[in-house]
Design a protein around this ligand. Structure first.
Ligand code: PEP
Ligand code: MN
Length: 332
């Protein structure tokens, strides 16, 4: 249940009221908002006089639901805004992993030269094998920070586990919670305590409900800047790396109030499919695309098969513009 307290209730009293019914308290749009589990179906009599408005839910998808907020939330990323009524599709690009200063500078130059704003690059890679490249760690984050300084770009980079979440929060403009990390309570709770945008990737075996509940952890902890990212599910099919769940995206658009970014690179697993899949994504009217691009994909230290080269990435941007415009969106 979500309860808006009356404006006459002070912040201090709101905390006491929240504690008395075991609810979360957040301050949103100048209001004191209490959130309790969906098991609560009636406003407790003890606090009835303090409550202005209440919403009852069937499931624990509450703050993220359209039923609570019918308008899509806005998320500010540097000087850009996605979601809300912006109808902007933000193209985020860059390599799977930060590999060297030279490599990430070439990526930053590409993003800047195209008039885009946001550079991706992983430093703590959640690899399936311990013998694969694990990422540059803090040295990589420092390179990303240098690119932010030099080129005025926003940085998105992923948290693999909670041991380095403080560094990720410090160095990134969007915190990426990886598909394998989205159940990590340490990461989610830390993300709830910052106001930086958080992009949560859906696990490849995660139901839509579990996915949105991960977002609820961050929202109910007080961070309203949450973005969902669909990046493909594991199915019986082995010719593609994963299966991009566009049905799931339609469900999220209908039932949640969160901006949605799609990741066709990881879903497809092969560069040849990324442009056509990206067009399908953009045609759905989405808030962003995150695409892997590498100066020389053949020698990439992770996800080599799916990364576009820089020429392909530039072409992709051009081909997506008319698709976005056909559905009333604008590529940014
Ligand atoms: C990535 O973005 O490089 C990545 C590892 O993604 P995911 O968490 O979706 O596998
Ligand atoms: Mn990758």
């Amino acid at each position: 249940m979500i309860l808006h307290l009356k404006n006459s209730v002070s912040k201090g009293n709101a905390k006491t009221i929240a504690d008395s019914i075991g609810a979360f308290l957040i301050h949103s749009d100048g209001k004191n908002v209490l959130i309790s589990g969906s098991g609560m179906k009636e406003v407790p009599a003890s606090i009835e006089n303090d409550v202005d408005k209440s919403w009852v839910f069937d499931t624990d998808i509450q703050l993220a639901s359209k039923k609570y907020r019918s308008n899509k939330r806005e998320v500010k990323i540097g000087n850009s805004i996605i979601g809300g009524t912006t109808n902007s599709t933000m193209l985020i690009g860059g390599p799977c992993s930060v590999e060297s200063e030279e490599q990430i500078r070439q990526s930053a130059e590409l993003i800047k030269s195209m008039g885009l704003t946001t550079l991706r690059g992983g430093c703590y890679k959640p690899r399936t094998s311990p013998y694969s490249f694990q990422g540059m760690g803090l040295d990589g984050l420092k390179l990303l920070a240098k690119m932010r300084e030099e080129f005025g770009l926003n940085i998105i980079t992923e948290a693999r586990d909670a041991t380095h979440i403080a560094e990720i929060i410090e160095y990134s403009d969007i915190i990426q919670v990886g598909a394998k990390a989205m159940y990590d309570q340490g990461i989610l709770r830390a993300c709830a305590k910052t106001n930086k945008p958080v992009m949560i990737k859906r696990g490849f075996g995660t139901t839509l409900k579990e996915f949105v509940q991960a977002a609820e952890f961050v929202l109910s902890g007080g961070n309203e800047n949450v973005i969902l990212c669909e990046r493909g599910l594991r199915t019986f099919e082995t010719n593609t790396r994963f299966t991009l769940d566009l049905c799931g995206v339609a469900w999220l658009q209908e039932h949640t109030n969160l901006p949605i970014i799609l990741d066709p690179s990881h879903a497809m697993g092969y560069a040849y499919g990324v442009p056509v899949l990206s067009k399908a994504c953009v045609a759905m009217g989405i808030d962003g695309l995150i695409i892997e691009a590498h100066p020389n994909p053949k020698v990439a230290k992770s996800d080599a098969s799916q990364q576009l080269n820089h020429e392909e990435f530039k072409q992709l941007f051009e081909t997506l513009k008319p698709v976005a415009s056909a559905v009333g969106y604008n590529m940014i």
